[in-house]
Design a protein. Structure first.
Length: 208
DNA sequence: ACCGTGATAATCT
DNA sequence: GATTATCACGGTG
């Protein structure tokens, strides 16, 4: 089938459904038209010995859901003054990128879900490299480094021309889709135990 | 297991 | 404005 870009409505669904449905989809980053946003590593630069292409594609193999103002693992949790900080984008319209920096040296990519006014997003934790990628993509910060994604991509529509998801007809075997607790959120009390991490069992690019 | 790293946000003046 | 605590990670041992 001809690859089909995931439409805006896709991201307006329940967050757990989006996190599940993104498994097997293609994450695409293009350099064309990136004026003012081109990452330093993008055009004509080498990673190691491999020349980087202007288009980078990876198949999503691991995601996590962050759902609602009560979710203490979420940057948009009530009590963090989230609506005036970096996580404000999570309260906005679905289908936008939320890219945050962490530990001073890493970036992570999320996609905003559900309805405007309700803070929710899906963290892209790992992709299987398909095209134009020469660095490791098994981890949320590693994949951002491999794609050249950073804070300049924050707020971009993921239904636009720069950053988007494709359905190329590939479907993960439902029997191989696993769920479990999210990574690195032990501080979140009972919310840490929720099985809101999704991955394709056996895929070598899954981070954990 | 330990810790680098600096952006955020919370908590002070 | 200044100070402090925290961190949806990754590299090293």
């Amino acid at each position: 089938m001809a690859p089909r870009k995931l439409p805006r409505d896709f991201y307006a669904q329940d967050t757990l459904e989006v996190a599940r449905a993104l498994l097997g989809k293609l994450l695409v980053l293009r350099s064309a038209g990136l004026a003012g946003r081109t990452p330093p590593a993008m055009d004509g630069v080498t990673h190691g010995t491999t020349m980087v292409e202007g288009r980078r594609i990876g198949r999503v193999v691991e995601t996590e859901a962050y759902v609602g103002p009560e979710d203490l693992a979420s940057h948009a949790a009530r009590g963090r003054r989230p609506q005036s900080g970096r996580a404000a984008i999570m309260f906005g319209a679905p289908g936008h990128a939320y890219v945050y920096s962490i530990y001073g040296l890493h970036h992570c990519l999320n996609v905003v879900t559900e309805r405007e006014g309700y803070p929710a997003a899906v963290l892209i934790r790992a992709v299987e490299p398909m095209e134009g990628l020469s660095l490791a993509t098994n981890g949320p910060a590693r994949l951002c480094r491999a794609f050249g994604i950073d804070r300049r991509h924050d707020g971009l529509e993921v239904t636009g021309d720069l950053l988007f998801f494709l359905d190329d007809g590939y479907a993960a075997d439902p029997a191989l889709v696993c769920t479990g607790p999210r990574v690195g959120v032990a501080y979140a009390g009972e919310w840490a135990a929720r099985p809101w991490r999704f991955w394709i069992e056996g895929n070598r690019w899954v981070s954990h």
